[in-house]
Design a protein around this ligand. Structure first.
Ligand code: BGC
Length: 836
C-alpha cells in the first residue's frame, strides 16, 4: 500500500475555486462552501466566545419551543416550521436567537442564516441545550419576510449506541424549534417570537440520521401542510453557544476513481475524514444517486465497510431533473476515505468532492522531522482530531458508535490542545460531563450519555477508572494550555465527587473493580493492550493495578487543582488520600524485588511516570521494565491508557535509546506500521490490517480513532521539547527541554499558543546539536538540558547546563553535544506480539 499523500495543508485555493465554480456554478467564498439554497447570500457569523464562557447575558425568552404538526416521528421525513411576518423597517442590527430539539437549518427570505453545521449541536440536552445568535439584518427587508426553519432527527432522536440495541428518541421524541428575532443585541425589543401561529410542512429530506445518512428527494418542494404546537420546554436549559461551530474544511478531490464489476464508480479521496460527499449531477427527474462510504479496501482491493456495523452511512438523492443539481447532506456526516456511487436512471454525476467537517478548523501546531513516516503519523493524528472533534470528542466517525468516550478524550486532551484551538470545545464538553455525572460521583463512559436516558440495554454504563478521570485531566489541560483557572474552579466539585466515587469502589486505597460490565466500578483497564498469541499470552495490567494507579493520578491531581483554586480543605484531604494510595500501591503491586503490577509495559510506564515506585526499588523496576520491552521484541505492549505514558516514562528514566527503538520500529504493534500500511488517520487497533492486507475482525475495528495519536504530545513536549509550566500556565512561561533522537533530525515544531507563536527546532551534526527556539512576546522561556548534554552555549555564551536558564522573549540559539545511542535494529520478528 502506498503511503498517503494528502498533507495537512488544504489544497491550493485557486485550483479549488476553479473546481467549485465549474461544478457548483455559484460563488465560492474562501473556506466557506455554499449550499445550493444560499447562492450569493452574505454570511452572518454568530458571536463566538473564546474559551467557552459566553459573555452573553442570559436571555429571557419570549418565544416558545414549537413542534411541527407535519412531523411523523423518528425516521420519517424531516419537516420545517415557517412564519411570514412584516417589518416596518430594518436597521441592519437585528439579531436572531435560535435553537431546536433535533438539528436545524434556518433560512430568512430563502437565504441561509450562517454556515454552521449540525446546529444547535450536541450537548446533554436534558440539562443543557445550546442556542445560537446571528446578526440577520442583511437578510431582512422592510415589508413581508419569511423565516423557515428546517428540522431533523439528529442526535436528539435518531438511533444511538450500537448493535442490536440502539437507543431511539434518546432525548425526546419531538423535533421542535425556538426562535426569537430582536431589533438588536442584548435586551432589544422582540420583533418576532416562535409560537403556535407558525406553520409547518414536510421537507425533501425523506429520512436522516446520524448513523443512517440522508435520503433527499429533490422533486419535493417544501409546502405548508399543517400548523405547529407549543411544546412544554424548560427555557432555563438554553445556554449561549460555547464552542467553535462545526464548519466545512476545504473539499478534497478524488485522487483515483474506477468502476467496479457492477458498474458502480469508486472514488478514493486519499484522506480518511469525518464529513460528507458533495456532488453535481444532471439528468432526468426520478433518476437517483446513491453514495456509500468506506475507510479501506479489503485485501483484494474491494470496497469494504463491514466495520461500520449497523451504521448505514449512505446518502440517496433523487433528481428533480433539468439543470445541473447540487447535493450534499444537511443533517448527518460520515467517516470515510472512499465513496461508492450508484446512479440509477438517466443522470450523470459531473463532479464529486469529499468535504471534511470539524469543530476544529485551524491547525495550531506542526511537527516535522527527518522521518517521513513520523511526519505522516502527526498528520494522521491531526486528521483524526478533525474527524472526531465534530461537536463532541468522539471515538470514531464511521460506525454505529461515534460517542464521546471519556477515556479517549482524556488521553488525547494533551495533544488536542496543541493541534487546534479547543478551549471552547473541551470546556463545553466538560460541562456536559458534569451534567451527566451520576449522583454517587460516577462519570459516564460516554458524554453526552444516551444510556442516562435509557439504561435498559446499557446498565451501569459509567464509573470506569481511566475513563471517568477525564473530569479532572481535561480541565487540567485547559488550565495548562490556556491558563484557565475558571474551569478548574467550576469543575472541582465534580472532580472531587469522582475521586470519592473511585475510593468508594472498594472503600479503600486499593481499587478492586468488578469484572462484570455494568457492575459498580467496572474498569476498562488498559483497553486493547496487546497480549500476543493466545497460546502464550503476554502479561497485561490487571484492572486492580490500573484502577489504583488512576486513583493515585487523579487524587493527587485534584489535590493540586484544589490548591491552585484556593480550596485548602480539599487539597489537604485529597493530598492525604493520594499518599495513602501511593503507599498501598507499593505494598500491593510492587514486589520486594521490584516487579510492578503485572510485570507488563503499562504497569511500569504508568508507575514510573507518576512516581509510584519507591526509590530503593527503582533500579530493579527499571530492569524489569526493559525486560517487558525485550519480551515483545522492542514493540509496543500497551493499550489506550498505557501508550501515552510509555515513551515519556522511558525518557524519564534515561532510556532515550529504548524509547527511540520502540517508537521508530515499523512492525506491528507500532505507530509507524499503520503509516507504512497506508493509514491517513489513526487506527483503533494496532493490527487493524495485517501485514498481508487481511482486515482484522470488523466487530470493533475503526480506522479513525485518535487515542493512539496521543504520542504527538510526546513529539512536541518531549522531542521538540516545549511545554507549558503549571506554575505559570497558558504558556506565560514556556519550558524548553528537548530529547535528541538523531534519526529524527532535523526536527521542526511550532505552536500558535495563546501567547503567540512558539518555535523549537533542532538539528544534529555528528554529536553536536543546534537548538533554535522562539519565545513569544510577553512570555518567558525556561531552558533545561538533560544531564548528559554537554558543552552548552546559549546565544553564543557558554552555559554549564545545570538547573534551568531563563530565556527572554524572542529567538535563541542553543548548542550542546550529546551521546548518540545506536538504534537496536531488529531483523525478522522472533516473537509474535500481536494483539489478541
Ligand atoms: C470505543 C473506545 C472506547 C472503548 C472502551 C470502544 O468501543 O470505541 O473508544 O474507549 O470502547 O471500552
Amino acid at each position: 500500500m502506498r503511503a498517503a499523500s494528502t498533507s495537512g495543508e488544504l489544497p491550493p485555493r485557486d485550483r479549488l475555486y476553479k473546481f467549485c465554480v465549474s461544478v457548483y456554478g455559484y460563488r465560492y467564498t474562501k473556506w466557506r462552501a455554499q449550499t445550493p439554497e444560499t447562492i450569493g447570500g452574505p454570511y452572518v457569523d454568530h458571536a463566538m466566545p473564546r474559551g467557552g464562557s459566553s459573555t452573553a447575558p442570559a436571555l429571557t425568552w419570549t418565544a416558545h419551543m414549537i413542534a411541527p404538526l407535519a412531523d411523523q416521528g423518528v425516521g420519517t421525513p424531516a419537516s420545517f416550521v415557517q412564519r411570514i411576518f412584516t417589518l416596518d423597517s430594518v436597521s441592519g442590527k437585528e439579531v436572531l436567537h435560535i435553537s431546536a430539539l433535533g438539528l436545524y437549518r434556518c433560512f430568512i427570505n430563502g437565504q441561509r442564516v450562517g454556515n454552521d453545521l449540525l446546529t444547535p449541536g450536541w450537548t446533554s440536552y436534558h440539562e443543557r441545550l445550546s442556542y445560537q445568535s446571528y446578526p440577520v439584518g442583511a437578510l431582512l427587508k422592510a415589508g413581508e419576510n419569511t423565516i423557515q426553519i428546517w428540522l431533523a432527527d439528529g442526535w436528539l432522536r435518531s438511533p444511538l449506541m450500537w448493535g442490536g440495541h440502539p437507543i431511539v428518541n434518546t432525548w425526546g421524541k419531538d423535533i421542535a424549534a425556538i426562535a426569537e428575532l430582536r431589533a438588536g443585541p442584548g435586551a432589544a425589543p422582540v420583533l418576532l417570537a416562535s409560537d403556535d401561529s407558525w406553520q409547518s410542512g414536510a421537507l425533501p429530506i425523506r429520512k436522516s440520521g446520524i448513523y443512517f445518512g440522508e435520503i433527499y428527494d429533490a422533486r419535493i418542494v417544501p409546502t405548508v401542510s399543517a400548523g405547529t404546537r407549543v411544546l412544554a420546554h424548560d427555557a432555563s436549559v438554553l445556554i449561549a453557544h460555547e464552542t467553535t461551530p462545526v464548519r466545512e474544511l476545504a473539499p478534497l478531490l478524488p485522487v483515483k476513481s474506477w468502476t467496479d464489476g457492477e458498474g458502480r464508480t469508486i472514488h478514493d479521496f486519499g484522506q480518511n475524514v469525518g464529513g460528507y460527499v458533495a456532488y453535481a449531477v444532471q439528468g432526468k427527474a426520478g433518476a437517483t444517486v446513491t453514495v456509500e462510504h468506506a475507510e479501506v479496501l479489503d485485501k483484494d482491493g474491494n470496497f469494504y465497510n463491514v466495520n461500520y456495523r449497523t451504521a448505514e452511512a449512505m446518502t440517496h438523492y433523487t433528481l428533480a431533473g433539468g439543470d445541473v443539481e447540487h447535493y450534499r447532506p444537511h443533517f448527518t456526516f460520515q467517516g470515510y476515505r472512499y465513496a461508492r456511487v450508484t446512479v440509477e436512471g438517466e443522470a450523470t454525476v459531473t463532479e464529486m468532492a469529499s468535504v471534511p467537517i470539524s469543530s476544529v478548523t485551524e491547525q495550531t501546531a506542526r511537527f516535522t522531522s527527518g522521518n517521513p513516516l513520523v511526519d505522516r503519523l502527526v498528520l494522521n493524528t491531526l486528521w483524526s482530531q478533525r474527524g472526531n472533534f465534530i461537536e463532541v470528542p468522539t471515538d470514531c466517525p464511521q460506525r454505529d458508535e461515534r460517542l464521546g468516550w471519556t477515556g479517549d478524550a482524556q488521553v488525547f486532551a494533551g495533544t488536542a490542545t496543541y493541534l487546534g484551538d479547543v478551549h471552547g470545545f473541551l470546556t463545553k464538553w466538560i460541562r456536559d460531563v458534569m451534567a451527566d455525572q451520576r449522583a454517587d460521583g460516577a462519570v459516564p463512559h460516554v458524554v453526552p450519555d444516551p444510556t442516562r436516558q435509557d439504561p435498559t440495554h446499557y446498565p451501569g454504563f459509567y464509573g470506569s477508572t481511566g475513563w471517568g478521570d477525564a473530569i479532572a485531566i481535561v480541565p487540567w489541560q485547559l488550565y495548562l494550555h490556556y491558563g484557565d483557572t475558571g474551569i478548574l474552579t467550576e469543575a472541582l466539585p465534580a472532580m472531587t465527587r469522582w475521586v470519592d466515587f473511585v475510593w468508594s469502589i472498594s472503600d479503600g486505597p486499593v481499587v478492586n473493580p468488578p469484572r462484570a460490565w455494568g457492575a459498580r466500578g467496572f474498569s476498562f483497564g488498559d483497553w486493547l493492550q496487546p497480549s500476543g498469541p493466545s497460546a502464550k499470552p503476554l502479561p497485561t495490567i490487571s484492572d486492580e493495578a490500573s484502577a489504583t494507579i488512576y486513583l493515585y493520578i487523579t487524587s493527587s491531581l485534584v489535590a493540586r487543582i484544589a490548591g491552585i483554586v484556593g480550596d485548602v480543605a480539599t487539597a489537604e484531604r485529597l493530598g492525604t488520600m493520594a499518599d495513602k494510595v501511593k503507599q498501598a500501591f507499593a505494598e500491593e503491586f510492587i514486589t520486594p524485588a521490584g516487579r510492578v503490577g503485572s510485570d507488563d509495559q503499562t504497569s511500569y510506564a504508568l508507575a514510573f511516570l507518576h512516581d509510584l515506585i519507591p526509590v530503593d526499588r527503582q533500579a530493579a523496576a527499571r530492569h524489569y521494565f526493559k525486560n517487558a520491552i525485550a519480551r515483545t521484541d522492542g514493540r509496543i505492549g500497551t493499550g489506550f491508557i498505557g501508550t501515552p505514558a510509555l515513551l515519556p516514562a522511558l525518557v524519564k528514566i534515561g532510556e532515550v535509546g529504548l524509547a527511540a527503538d520502540v517508537f521508530l520500529q515499523e512492525e506491528v504493534p507500532g505507530w509507524l506500521y499503520q503509516v507504512k500500511m497506508g493509514a491517513t488517520t489513526i487506527w483503533e487497533r494496532w493490527d487493524a490490517i495485517q501485514p498481508d492486507g487481511t482486515i482484522y475482525n470488523p466487530q470493533m475495528n475503526s480506522y479513525n480513532h485518535y487515542a493512539y495519536g496521543a504520542v504527538c504530545q510526546w513529539l512536541l513536549e518531549g522531542v521538540a521539547g516545549f511545554r507549558p509550566d503549571e506554575n505559570d500556565p497558558g504558556f506565560a512561561t514556556v519550558i524548553f527541554e528537548p530529547t535528541i533522537i538523531g534519526e529524527l533530525s532535523p526536527v521542526k515544531a511550532s505552536h500558535a499558543s495563546p501567547q503567540g507563536l512558539i518555535r523549537a527546532e533542532w538539528t544534529v551534526t555528528g554529536d553536536t546539536v543546534r537548538y533554535a527556539v522562539e519565545v513569544p512576546a510577553g512570555a518567558r522561556g525556561l531552558l533545561r538540558l538533560k544531564p548528559d548534554y554537554r558543552h552548552a552555549s546559549v546565544d553564543g555564551t557558554a552555559w554549564d547546563g545545570a538547573g534551568e536558564r531563563e530565556l527572554a522573549a524572542g529567538s535563541h540559539v542553543i548548542t550542546f553535544t550529546y551521546t548518540p545511542v545506536p538504534r537496536k535494529v531488529r531483523d525478522q520478528n522472533s516473537i509474535n506480539a500481536r494483539t489478541p
